[in-house]
Design a protein around this ligand. Structure first.
Ligand code: PMP
Length: 453
């Protein structure tokens, strides 16, 4: 292909090379310290995906506050990545920072509840509508544990995922459709099992395929995000969620809704806003304002079935754990986040600015006549360098344009704007200002004009 996303390869390479140079010049201290990797780390980074940022070397952060990140060279960035959702309520939200200070002298982990825990159960019940909850530390773990319960209570081995999904590093979800055939997700390290043996996979929005896959009544659980946010952004077609719920119920299959990213929709997530009725519910990342924590909830029915299962099963290790989970720092910060940060007022503001961003980017795309589009779920906005809307993960994969996107990302950074790596996601936090949104639209317009010229 000579062009990607409607842009010639030559032009993309030019943008990439020019912008890499600009990035370097603005960061002499960072380059001296980290340009050849951080000492002592495998691959030069403390977490392997830090090497996947499209910048010539990772941005070495000095501090972050609200929706602004400052690097050690003193460059200030308007942060729309927000730790890919971990900080979607802004960096160090003041009530969360106060909770950390308050708890910091009272112990950090006990394996026992604190008084804050008394407040959290009812807060979760009220907000998300499910009656029973557990705390874990990552969304990955919350999903793993919820899937375990699903298998336990149904006595079924299989799960079903939608093509293009991501639910954290949950082994059994690592399946993809390649040329219409289920395979282990390409790139998995050290995987020795054929995951397709126990994981069925169909395309999102494909009701007929879903119905067929559930017909054998051997699927314990469908796990999905309400909107696929990890393969560009794929919105559910009208009626899809109704069909999903109807078909899963008819097949005796549970429905796990993973709200980790779609909590951008509102204080009760997409589930509350759109009246979804999950059996199991997962939320991680920002639920404690940036302190590692996650929650998972069970419906009344699943809770009673799991209690009954526990009465009959052999005593012993449940397969759900992690020692640091449900610690007092998590309770303190989660309480602060739920009570004082994830408020209706905060969401109203986030939504307003996200609409402005959506409209601004769309106007630029139209003006430059680019074959691109913008998708949004509440405070989460994504521009996609292909026509839309996308209907499923397969289409999203075809729309994804890594080379082009990487060049755009660095060009945005050089204009003081940081968006999420690996795709084109932008989050609006309660701390994000209209001026920051305007700067992002202006920066995007400048890059688009250069590409389209
Ligand atoms: N669920 C969804 C929808 C996610 O996008 C992610 C991470 N991107 C996870 C779960 C896993 O979160 P964590 O990496 O914090 O475990």
């Amino acid at each position: 292909k000579t062009s990607i996303g409607g842009i010639s390869r030559e032009r993309i390479a030019m943008l990439r090379d020019t912008e890499a140079e600009v990035f370097r010049k603005a960061r002499p201290k960072s380059e001296a310290k980290a340009g050849n990797g951080l000492p002592g780390f495998f691959g030069g980074v403390p977490m392997h995906w830090m090497n996947d940022w499209p910048t010539p070397f990772p941005i070495l952060v000095d501090s972050a506050r609200g929706a602004t990140i400052t690097d050690i060279d003193g460059n200030r960035l308007d942060d729309f990545c927000l730790g890919d959702t971990g900080s979607m309520f802004g960096h160090s939200p003041p009530p969360v920072a106060r909770a950390i200070r308050r708890q910091s002298g009272r112990g950090l982990t006990y394996m026992l509840p604190s008084e804050d825990a008394l407040a959290i159960g009812p807060l979760l019940q009220q907000r998300f509508g499910l009656p029973f909850w557990q705390i874990a530390t990552t969304a990955t773990d919350a999903n793993r544990f919820a899937l375990r319960v699903a298998r336990a209570v149904t006595g079924r081995e299989k799960i079903l995922v939608f093509n293009g999904c991501y639910h954290g590093s949950v082994d059994e979800t690592m399946v993809r459709l390649v040329d219409g055939k289920p395979v282990n997700r390409p790139g998995l390290a050290g995987e020795f099992r054929d995951l397709t043996r126990a994981t069925k996979i169909v395309e999102f929005n494909d009701v007929a395929a879903l119905e067929a896959a559930l017909a054998d009544r051997d699927v314990a659980c469908v796990i999905t995000e309400p909107v696929l946010t990890n393969s560009c952004m794929v919105l559910p077609e009208p009626g899809f969620h109704d069909a999903l719920r109807r078909l899963t119920r008819a097949a005796g299959t549970l429905l796990l809704i993973d709200e980790t990213h779609t909590i951008s929709t509102g204080p009760g997530g997409y589930t509350k806003k759109h009246g979804l009725e999950p059996d199991l519910f997962v939320l991680g990342k920002p639920v404690a304002g940036g302190v590692p924590a996650s929650v998972w909830g069970l419906s009344d029915e699943i809770a009673s079935r799991y209690a009954a299962y526990n009465r009959t099963k052999e005593p012993g290790y449940s397969g759900m754990g992690t020692t640091l989970s449900a610690n007092p720092l998590q309770f303190a910060t989660m309480r602060a986040a739920l009570e004082q940060v994830m408020t209706e007022a905060a969401y109203a503001r986030m939504d307003r600015l996200a609409r402005r961003l959506d409209a601004g980017l769309t106007a630029v795309i139209d003006r430059c006549r680019l074959p691109w589009h913008v998708a949004r779920v509440g405070a989460r906005v994504e521009f996609i360098c292909a026509p839309g809307p996308l209907r499923n993960g397969g289409e999203a994969e075809a729309a994804h344009a890594p080379e082009l996107e990487a060049a755009i990302h660095v060009a945005l950074v050089n204009q003081g704007v940081l968006i999420a790596p690996f795709h084109n996601m932008m989050l609006i936090s309660p701390a994000t200002t209209a001026a920051q949104v305007n700067r992002l639209i202006t920066a995007f317009a400048a890059v688009a004009a250069r590409l389209a010229a």
